[in-house]
Design a protein around this ligand. Sequence first.
Ligand SMILES: O=C(O)CCC(=O)C(=O)O
Ligand SMILES: [Fe+2]
Length: 234
Amino acid sequence: MDGELFPRERARIAPGAVHVPDWLDADRQAGLLEACRAWASPPAGLRTVRTPGGGTMTARQVCLGWHWYPYAYARTVVDGDGTPVKPFPDWLGELGRRAVADALGPRAATEARYDIALINFYDGDARMGLHRDADEQSDAPVVSLSLGDTCVFRFGNTETRTRPWTDVELRSGDLFVFGGASRLAYHGVPRVLPGTAPAGLGLTGRLNVTLRVSGFTGAPPRSVDAPARFPGGG
Ligand SMILES: O=C(O)CCC(=O)C(=O)O
Ligand SMILES: [Fe+2]
């Protein structure tokens, strides 16, 4: 949103979890949006994710590098059109490393070779239930970039899906990084605020680009404890 009386400040939400407002300027937001539109197109494009319990996630998703599905990774869209996942571009990995260096300091970024992107698209009614990003083998920080409508991002604790948590407003261009002691914290998106995207961006709804390091050396392992991670198919 433009015309803020005071600039929004960066904030440490939990140990290893940092919110950096306005990390991407308007040009970079437009560039990332253009890339998201290309990634979202078929084959291996935007899809509705079905959970093992029979629900569907309301945020639609496309992946790069490794294809995530509940609750594992594959090289092809095993729960969709079956085609190979789109490649993870070098420039996106570089953006991820810069994001970590800016949010957590240069040392936090040295090990981070980003090779997975999940791009989530939220229309006004979409949300995402509290879950942990736990299907990767690396403990490198997760990088989250937001475009379009503002959302309420709920950042909880590593133990339970309940309080304590902190609600943070993520707006277009904001960066959120969680690593270290917060790498396995529960988090989710209880609400998107329709109509809050910057007028010049040309996006109705919200996109979130989440970068992760797989740490996989061969085939990805199957996660064991996952089925309850998206309660209610959120
Ligand atoms: O949309 C967001 O801000 C969060 C996305 C997320 O947590 C995920 O894809 O695992
Ligand atoms: Fe997540």
